[in-house]
Ligand binder design. Structure first.
Ligand code: PMP
Length: 428
């Protein structure tokens, strides 16, 4: 075990890497303090460089649904690695992965594997534009779809944490094709289609939003989106990079019974290694190279080691009762935290969908970006640090969802709620 402190590692990291991190939210800018440098993880826990153990509620921001270092996943990865790390030529494992995802997500008829959620959404967007020969896209404020130029407009996740939801470096010429509407505002969506429906290539949405904290889309909103896209010949893209295999085995589209034209996936399908994918209607997917004129490629796409991790994870989550248990544990956490806050007189609400949850320092669960922004960020930050000190690691930002794994058993959830009761009492 290393004897290095988080603080010294952070100081060292900042010399070589902007902000000391390889993805902005990890820097703790929003909550203040020193990021924990992680040495190892197992089940629901990870340990930092100082040897402290934390109950982990980010699960690598979603992928760790079966718990960290699951023996089946580690074995699959080890065996695949021993056969060679990358071939740049097709493998049977990629066919199996495609078949498995197509079996589990019925709206997907054909799929292509990529290496990150950003690539998945970016490629789906290009495909939608190429297939429709239209330029305009519709996205919703507070939804994050990775860091492709057209999608970094009024986005969520780290951008919200840093208070600048549109990135510098995105040319106005790109951004002007992105129409940004309010999440859950059906009337505004109808109006946008009435005005420019024939120019809209696609609508992209997180059907359960997890990058402005957790916000559910209403049925009415999603149904209207489906109807308008069909009516105007626009492509409906569900970005299920986070919600896919997380809120239900078939993703948010299974929960709300809507068939998008294209779906972006990531996180869980790689089981902790870099696998993502986009797929959907075969008549749209056929526009991709080498069949069609929309170019998309990747040196490490369908990599044998990452695909092995993904396949092993997809097998575990299909075990009977997996989602019932995951959903029940997540609900138990949300209910327990809400009850503890109430007992301490702290204004607080919590929500859970499958294995995903939201914590809000607000009187009720928000349904839009504007509502999320009204939450009490200062109280969240104080709560975050009290929990961290007690060995519970929540997302280091008031604008991120949380994640539970199948290894978060009753003892782990109970310990979390007990720590929270103490933290809330100190806040109140
Ligand atoms: N879409 C959604 C809904 C996401 O939550 C994320 C990542 N949090 C992405 C896209 C981008 O994925 P990646 O970070 O793998 O590029």
């Amino acid at each position: 075990m290393s004897q290095t402190s988080n603080e010294s590692l952070f100081a060292r990291a900042q010399k070589t890497t902007p902000g000391g991190v390889n993805s902005p939210v990890r820097a703790f800018r929003s909550v203040g303090g020193t990021p924990r440098f992680i040495e190892r993880a197992d089940g629901p826990y990870f340990w930092d460089a100082e040897g402290r153990r934390y109950i982990d509620y980010i699960g690598s921001w979603g992928p760790a649904i079966v718990g960290h270092a699951h023996p089946d996943v580690i074995q699959a990865v080890t065996e695949a690695a021993a056969r060679g790390l990358s071939f740049g030529a097709p493998t049977e494992a990629e066919i199996e992965m495609a078949e498995e995802i197509i079996k589990l997500v019925p709206s997907i008829e054909q799929i292509r594997l990529v290496s990150s959620g950003t690539e998945a959404t970016m490629s789906a967007l290009r495909l939608a534009r190429g297939a429709t020969k239209r330029d305009k896209i519709v996205k919703f404020e507070g939804c994050y779809h990775g860091h492709g130029d057209s999608l970094l407009v009024k986005a969520g996740s780290g951008l919200l944490t840093f208070g600048n939801p549109t990135s510098a470096g995105v040319p106005e010429d790109f951004a002007k094709h992105t129409l940004v509407l309010d999440y859950n505002n059906t009337a505004q969506l109808e109006e946008a289609f009435k005005t420019s429906g024939n120019e809209i290539a696609c609508v992209i949405v997180e059907p359960v939003a997890g990058n402005m904290n957790l916000v559910r889309a209403s049925d009415e909103f999603l149904q209207a989106m489906r109807r308008l896209c069909t009516e105007y010949g626009a492509i409906l893209i569900f970005d299920e990079v986070m919600s896919g295999f997380r809120v239900a085995l078939g993703g948010a589209q299974e929960l709300n019974g809507i068939k998008p034209d294209l779906t972006a996936l990531g996180k869980v399908i790689g089981g902790g290694l870099p696998v993502a994918a986009f797929g959907g209607r075969a008549d749209i997917m056929k526009h991709l190279a080498p069949l069609g004129g929309v170019y998309q490629a990747g040196t490490l796409s369908g990599n044998p080691v990452t695909v092995a991790a993904g396949m092993a994870t997809l097998k575990i989550i299909q075990q009977p009762g997996f989602y019932q248990k995951l959903g029940a544990q997540t609900q138990k956490l949300a209910d327990g935290l809400a009850a503890a806050a109430k007992a301490a007189g702290v204004t607080f609400a919590a929500d859970a969908v499958g294995g995903m949850f939201g914590l809000y320092f607000a009187a009720s669960v928000p349904d839009s970006y504007a509502e999320v922004m009204k939450g009490d960020k200062e109280s969240f930050n104080r709560f975050f640090h009290k929990m961290l000190d007690a060995g519970v690691y929540f997302a280091p930002s008031a604008f991120e969802a949380g994640f539970v794994s199948a290894q978060h058993d009753d003892a782990v959830i109970d310990a979390t709620i007990a720590a929270a009761a103490k933290a809330f009492a100190e806040l109140g």
